[in-house]
Design a binder for this molecule. Structure first.
Ligand SMILES: NC(=O)c1ccc[n+]([C@@H]2O[C@H](COP(=O)([O-])OP(=O)(O)OC[C@H]3O[C@@H](n4cnc5c(N)ncnc54)[C@H](O)[C@@H]3O)[C@@H](O)[C@H]2O)c1
Ligand SMILES: [Zn+2]
Ligand SMILES: [Zn+2]
Length: 397
């Protein structure tokens, strides 16, 4: 089959690789009909190379049609239309039973001391072949896949259940905004767009920040008050919230933040070191860009909550402990526990009026063969790009 593979820092290519096969009774094979590129893939593209091997298949936001199931999979049948959550979780361990599927004890990666395995996401997360491919082997298919109606609705209606919609949902839940309160969202990429829309849906006032005009415009279209990224933004937003600041701030930016050019250099440099040295640098030497999380801490009101869905790396990054303590700030964070939120979100995505605008996010639907070019377009935010969906059945442009 054809699959998008990692080949080096900022280099991916579509290659012919062996077709996946059933290896465990709880596996399924899915023929992919849509598979998105995520902001998290950009970390692999640029920073996390030391944890990937050349030829690894990327991608963790897929959906498609079940082609084959193992003998232990009774919840799916061949022909079902399914969305595949990016966490690989078993459904029966203590963590899964407690709604912490991203910490699944069956698929945790003990070698790296990390949480549940993820599709297409480095050795730290199990080095499981990803979903930017024609076919995907789905481990623990007796629990993970979400069956959606096969009724001619466009894939985009369902596809984002794989990651960014539940991620945004969790981010807003974790932000602990009181009824009628104010939510700020930093970053209006795909995750931030959905977080802002979910905030509106829940009746909050939503203020959102992004340096990109196209993304601000899309936010504004959904009733969000949008702001460009300027140095003195904090006083402006605090002024708008009775001088206190928003009740909760979602950081939907993560370590690709703009605002600290030196860190950008350090990230790039780490990506160029031999693997072992670079792993050390990423884990300990503070190669992150902390602009967004530091901004969130400055912005949130005293006693408020900062909710991080943006991904961060290093251990040695300076955090303003005095401010955190003095302002009495709660921080919540982590990989999304996708399956935990599906029952809450499903009524919104099945609603024909599409209240979260699932059909108003994808700017580019292209063939799998065009993926390498689209990684670059998405990373550089060219051509009005907000969300890219790859279609393995489409002929290359
Ligand atoms: N926790 C999870 O489970 C989970 C799941 C999916 C994605 N993520 C993470 O969420 C983050 C966002 O993902 P995405 O797909 O929306 O990516 P994205 O890269 O498209 O979006 C990031 C946005 O932040 C904006 N931005 C950059 N610096 C900023 C700053 N200082 N202040 C405000 N905005 C700024 C960018 O212009 C961009 O629009 C990434 O870090 C990604 O890894 C986490
Ligand atoms: Zn993702
Ligand atoms: Zn589990």
């Amino acid at each position: 089959m054809r699959a998008l593979t990692w080949q080096g820092t900022e280099k991916v290519s579509v290659e012919t690789v062996p077709d996946p096969t059933i290896q465990e009774p709880t596996d399924a094979i899915v023929r992919i009909t849509s598979t998105a590129i995520c902001g998290s893939d950009l970390h692999l593209y640029r920073v996390l190379g030391p944890y990937i091997d050349r030829g690894d298949v990327l991608g963790h936001e897929p959906m498609g049609i079940v082609e084959e199931v193992g003998s232990g999979v009774t919840n799916l049948k061949v022909g079902d239309r399914v969305v595949i959550p990016f966490n690989i979780s078993c459904g029966h361990c203590w963590m899964c039973q407690h709604g912490l599927q991203s910490q699944c004890e069956t698929t945790q990666v003990t070698e790296y001391g990390t949480g549940a395995s993820l599709f297409g996401y480095t050795k730290m997360y199990g080095q499981v072949p990803g979903g930017q491919a024609e076919y995907l082997r789905v481990p623990h298919a007796d629990y993970g896949p979400i069956v959606v109606p096969d009724d001619g609705t466009p894939d985009d209606r369902w596809l984002f259940l794989s990651d960014i919609l539940p991620t945004a949902w969790q981010a807003v839940q974790y932000a602990q905004v009181p009824e009628g309160g104010t939510l700020a969202v930093l970053g209006l990429g795909p995750v931030g767009q959905f977080a802002a829309r979910i905030g509106k849906h829940l009746g909050y006032r939503v203020l959102a920040v992004d340096p990109e005009q196209v993304r601000r415009d899309l936010g504004a279209k959904h009733g969000v008050e949008v702001f460009d990224l300027t140095k003195d933004l904090v006083p402006e937003l605090v002024d708008l919230t009775d001088g206190r600041g928003p009740d909760g701030v979602v950081d939907a930016v993560g370590m690709e933040a703009h605002g600290n050019p030196m860190a950008g250099f350090a990230q790039r440099a780490a990506g160029l070191l031999p693997d072992k040295l670079a792993q050390k640098a990423i884990e300990t030497a503070g190669v992150d860009r902390l602009a967004a999380v530091h901004g969130a801490i400055d912005l949130v009101r005293r006693g408020g909550t900062v909710s991080l869905s943006g991904v961060y790396g290093g251990m040695a990054d300076p955090m303003p402990m005095m401010t955190l303590f003095d302002k009495q700030i709660t921080i919540r964070e982590g990989q999304c526990n996708v399956k935990r939120w599906i029952d809450d979100i499903m009524p919104l995505v099945t609603d024909p009026s599409d209240p979260l605008g699932t059909l108003d996010l994808t700017t580019h639907r292209v063939s799998l063969e065009d993926a390498p070019h689209m990684y670059e377009v998405f990373q550089k935010k060219q051509d009005g790009c907000v969300k890219v969906v790859l279609d393995p059945a489409m002929a290359s442009a």
